[in-house]
Write a protein that binds this ligand. Structure first.
Ligand code: PEP
Ligand code: MG
Length: 544
């Protein structure tokens, strides 16, 4: 057994033979064709027209498979093919070098790819693959070679140096168990498409030609590829895959079905995630959005806090991958049990009652502003919302909003693009619940953090296992605070959700719907079981 590692794009297990996908080399004559530059330009124009038609067809296909915002890459390709710089470069090469259209297009693609590859911005760097992809398409249309076919009949794990978005979306999903590439970044549209198409994949793998045809296990959870797996490993992974499939098939009948009760009441069911890696799970489980992105995990990964650009890249990727569905980013909620090596918070006698959540951020304004700027910039790429944790007073909320406004103005002055951003408060202190009317005047939504709300209402340390028998999240006091928050929020036009663990409690779902809760955000795997419960409820019947 050989083991290789890479960056996982999506969790999940794929088992099957490895097949190499090698792009056909574009073979065309280097010799002058004997045509005039104007005639070569006309050939180029015809091939470009054909390419634009193919891209429109690919857009339609992608729209069906991965939704509008992910399909948009093919619209971008069309724009690139009409870009003046691109066209000027092809024409210039034709006129000055008297060469063929194939040569001029290839040189243009290579030159522009090199320019993109040199850029500082990771997003722009990833565009290098796109410009080469469109150029290859035009050349194939010039030579009449057409689109490349996949070289195998049976389902397999594809191994390639790199994969372009158009290749990823063209591959018959039934024949693609997963893929492994040497190059490619998690920023690329290929990665976004793979996540959305729910294909386990690893990038950055040191691939080896000798693997062709070998049986392999791609473990997207650990980022490992096992080539010629040992029998015990194969058995364990097969069992894991079987378990996953059984669970999936039981619930998959509920995908794309609305979260509507028998009497027609509806509620949003979103997913809670801790990282970009979880987005695939949210989509796989058909969550209607991300109701809680626990951003602090980003800060807990390394010795240094993530800078604005690193955070922006993560938030943008989540927003893009969620393809227009709401993504609620909770601002840094460090403190108590969540300590980050990159900040020394010093000793606190009662850390659960200490400098946590919004308090920490208001004490570390520069760190907070970096995050707010990253969130504001990401708001262009989807339906992003920001939410402040551990708020206990209107003053804290206003301070946070003031900093948000400051960041918005700074970014606007620097010419950055900004989208719409909903602003919300996490209601997880009894104080916030009790002043919900005043808080609601300041925001667009509330999300109830019932884990902390229970801890602070019942004065029970949620970390202390000895207190487990006393930790009653259904305590009437907690339920009353939830009801009060929903009513206050609605009085002021806010939508109200629950993102604490109680939201996934199937025995309480009916109670929450009767209270008028608008959204329940739960772990990805809890989305479909909750949908099943909701679809079996009848709120018009008296509660028994
Ligand atoms: C909560 O407190 O309910 C919550 C969702 O936040 P966390 O569990 O991350 O504190
Ligand atoms: Mg909390």
């Amino acid at each position: 057994m050989r083991v290789a590692t890479g960056d996982s794009i999506l969790g999940g297990v794929a088992i099957g033979p490895l097949r190499f996908y090698r792009r056909r080399r574009d073979v065309f004559s280097e010799a002058p064709s004997g045509l005039t530059p104007e005639e070569e330009w006309e050939r180029f124009e015809r091939a470009r027209e054909r390419s634009l038609e193919q891209l429109s067809a690919l857009y339609e296909k992608a729209l069906e498979r991965v939704g509008e915002s992910n399909a948009a890459i093919f619209e971008i390709h069309k724009v690139m093919l009409g870009d003046e710089n691109y066209l000027d470069s092809v024409r210039g090469i034709l006129e000055t070098q008297g060469t063929t259209a194939e040569r001029a297009v290839t040189a243009t693609g290579d030159n522009l790819a090199a320019v993109f590859a040199d850029m500082d911005d990771a997003y722009m760097r990833a565009r290098a693959t796109d410009v080469q992809d469109i150029s290859r398409r035009v050349v194939n249309n010039l030579t009449g070679a057409g689109e490349e076919e996949l070289p195998w009949e049976e389902p397999a794990i594809l191994v390639a140096e790199d994969l372009a978005p158009s290749e990823t979306v063209r591959i018959d999903r039934g024949k693609l168990l997963g893929f492994v590439t040497r190059h490619g970044s998690a920023h690329s549209h290929t990665a976004i498409l793979a996540r959305t198409m729910n294909i386990p994949a690893l990038v950055g793998v040191d691939i080896d030609e000798s693997w062709e045809g070998c049986l392999a296990v791609l473990d997207g959870h650990s980022g490992c590829l096992y080539v010629d797996p040992a029998p015990e490993l194969l058995e364990a992974m097969t069992a894991r895959q079987r378990g996953d499939r059984k669970r999936e098939s039981l619930l998959s009948g509920l995908k794309r079905k609305p979260n509507v009760t028998l009497d027609g009441a509806s509620v949003e069911v979103f997913a809670n995630i801790g990282s970009v890696g979880d987005v695939g799970l949210a989509l796989e489980n058909d969550a209607g959005g991300v109701g809680l992105l626990r951003s602090e995990f980003l800060y807990m990964e390394g010795e240094e806090p993530p800078d604005e650009n690193e955070q922006f890249a993560v938030y943008r990727r989540v927003a893009e991958t969620m393809a227009g569905k709401k993504v609620v980013i909770r601002t840094l909620d460090l403190g108590a049990d969540k300590q980050a090596a990159c900040f020394d918070s010093g000793h606190e006698d009662n850390p659960a009652l200490g400098l946590r959540g919004i308090r920490f951020c208001l004490e570390h304004r520069e760190i907070f502003k970096q995050q707010l700027r990253a969130i504001l910039r990401a708001s262009v790429f989807g339906a992003v919302a920001v939410m402040f944790p551990m708020v206990a007073s209107v003053r804290e909320l206003r301070d946070a909003k003031e900093l948000l406004e400051e960041c918005r103005e700074e970014l606007a002055r620097s010419g950055a693009a900004l989208g719409d951003l909903e602003v919300g408060v996490m209601v997880e202190t009894p104080a916030a619940a009790l002043i919900a009317d005043e808080l609601a005047e300041e925001v667009d939504f509330f999300s109830l953090g019932t884990n902390d709300l229970t801890q602070y209402t019942l004065a029970i340390d949620r970390q202390n296992p000895r207190l487990a028998p006393f930790y009653d999240a259904q305590h009437p006091a907690v339920m009353e605070l939830i009801r009060h928050t929903v009513e206050a929020g609605h009085r002021h036009g806010c939508w109200v959700g629950i993102c604490g663990d109680l939201g996934a409690d199937l025995t309480l779902a009916e109670t929450f719907l009767r209270m008028g809760i608008d959204e329940l955000s739960v772990p990805p795997a809890a989305v479909l079981p909750l949908r099943k419960r909701i679809r079996g409820m009848d709120l018009s019947r008296k509660k028994g």
